[in-house]
Ligand binder design. Sequence first.
Ligand SMILES: *[C@@H]1O[C@H](CO)[C@@H](O)[C@H](O)[C@H]1NC(C)=O
Ligand SMILES: *[C@@H]1O[C@H](CO)[C@@H](O)[C@H](O)[C@H]1NC(C)=O
Ligand SMILES: *[C@@H]1O[C@H](CO)[C@@H](O)[C@H](O)[C@H]1NC(C)=O
Ligand SMILES: *[C@@H]1O[C@H](CO)[C@@H](O)[C@H](O)[C@H]1NC(C)=O
Ligand SMILES: *[C@@H]1O[C@H](CO)[C@@H](O)[C@H](O)[C@H]1NC(C)=O
Length: 510
Amino acid sequence: MSAFSFRSLTFMMFITFLIWSSQIDTCNARRGKHWRQSRASSASLYKKKGKNHHQHHGNNGKSKHKHSSPKAPPVPEPNIPPSPPKQSPSTVFNVLDFGARGDGICDDTKAFQAAWAAACKVEASTMMVPSEFTFLVGPVSFSGSNCNPNIVFQLEGTIIAPMSSKAWGSGLLEWLEFTKMIGITVQGTGTIDGRGSVWWQESPYNDPLDDESKLIIPLNNTVEENSSIPISNSLGGKMPSIKPTALRFYGSFNVTVTSITIQNSPQCHLKFDFCTGVSVFNMNVISPGDSPNTDGIHLQGSKDVLIRSTNLACGDDCISIQTGCTNVYIHNVNCGPGHGISIGGLGKDGTRACVSNITVRDINMHNTMNGVRIKTWQGGSGSVQGVLFSNIQVSEVELPIVIDQYYCDKRQCKNQTSAVSLSEITFEKIKGTYTVKPVHLACSDNLPCVDVTLTDIELKPQQEQYHMYDVFCWQTFGELNSPTVPPIGCLHVGKPSNNRIQNDHDLCYT
Ligand SMILES: *[C@@H]1O[C@H](CO)[C@@H](O)[C@H](O)[C@H]1NC(C)=O
Ligand SMILES: *[C@@H]1O[C@H](CO)[C@@H](O)[C@H](O)[C@H]1NC(C)=O
Ligand SMILES: *[C@@H]1O[C@H](CO)[C@@H](O)[C@H](O)[C@H]1NC(C)=O
Ligand SMILES: *[C@@H]1O[C@H](CO)[C@@H](O)[C@H](O)[C@H]1NC(C)=O
Ligand SMILES: *[C@@H]1O[C@H](CO)[C@@H](O)[C@H](O)[C@H]1NC(C)=O
């Protein structure tokens, strides 16, 4: 046997071994710092992507993955551990070191959990999700109960959600969640992709329609009334009717989200519940305008919130501010498509809602359903007090200015006497074009809106295929500080004579 054929024989045996090992090895997460040895087999795994992972290309044409071409992921230089600048390696916990594959096929959830557990033990450490990799991660909660403060979740790569119904059990409210943190930063140039298209097609009848859509009647009544017929998911399995929020923070202090992109969430993209000290800036939310209930950013029970320099394109409210929010400052935000920036719906099912000190300014809205809106259900209690909407540029917005105290997403809600009270609501410098109705202020009969101020309003119709309506006001009291276009003659100047005094139960204490 010549040396040459001996070498080719051993080479072939080596290749056979590689193929064999890659097959028994499929998606076996590796623990410890041995990930570099697993790179070779992951390269061959990657070639099977087209066969095993057809759903990746199925309903998800709109999302941009760094790994849409079936080539092997780049192998990091062996001797240079990936680390962000200015940090010693001991404080950086790279998910690849905890067995993550990052091939977009294997489930990396356990690796993420392990990396988190390690990062938690070190104050101000970094959990690194490196660039050039796509990590398939199932529903996971990163708990801060036993964590040191000020952890950084450095997202440079892409995280994708499972598209099979199995991964979601009977339905979950969150996909990626951080709870009870003191100081948590999620940052980086990476993407969180909920691959929501399989959810949007499912059970749309369960999704409440935005009530303001009732105010919008197309000129031809041949509307696509059947547009929401369920189409079965291409994978065959039905997704649960409860749809998850892509990224949620719960009960945390000093939360920062910056630079990342969140796209195609099954439902809301970014949510803060009961957080104090929230800062969101320079980030993007991207999902189609017709994706149901896909709020951009949702705030509830949160205070001292700053949202700035952010682009929000989605199928529901760009920003939704719910009960328990106070000291919220939102500026330099682009919104559209979407349903605008909304406070509420508040007071559903007779609940008490308290919202105060909200500023929304320097906003661009394009092609949205609403501009700035406050919506409350009849029968609620509590108050919305101190809201400033300033310098809102609208273009092709159906309803730029809305107060709706008759919000109801069912066909009909019965009239009730109690209401969430609204006071000190200022709309100033709201300019641009509308397609349906420039101003809609519908306040409660029993608890009229007071101190509603309109200043420097300049809204021009842009003829489209809708019925155009005039300015509407009902039980709205306050003042006009300057002439408006169009004139808003229906606002009652001054205070209502029969202003009901709220009882103690209805009041909000700050
Ligand atoms: C509305 O209906 C008329 C006649 O049925 C048709 O000519 C017109 O193109 C329709 N307009 C739109 C915007 O669909
Ligand atoms: C809606 O569905 C009904 C029954 O399935 C059908 O008769 C009707 O033509 C559909 N309408 C449109 C606008 O597609
Ligand atoms: C939040 O950050 C501020 C400013 O950096 C700091 O003063 C405060 O102590 C932090 N809050 C908590 C609970 O750590
Ligand atoms: C209102 O909120 C802003 C932040 O948006 C804050 O600076 C200000 O102190 C708050 N005002 C009151 C009275 O709490
Ligand atoms: C509820 O009240 C509004 C405003 O007063 C009125 O227009 C509407 O007809 C009432 N609806 C019902 C169901 O009584």
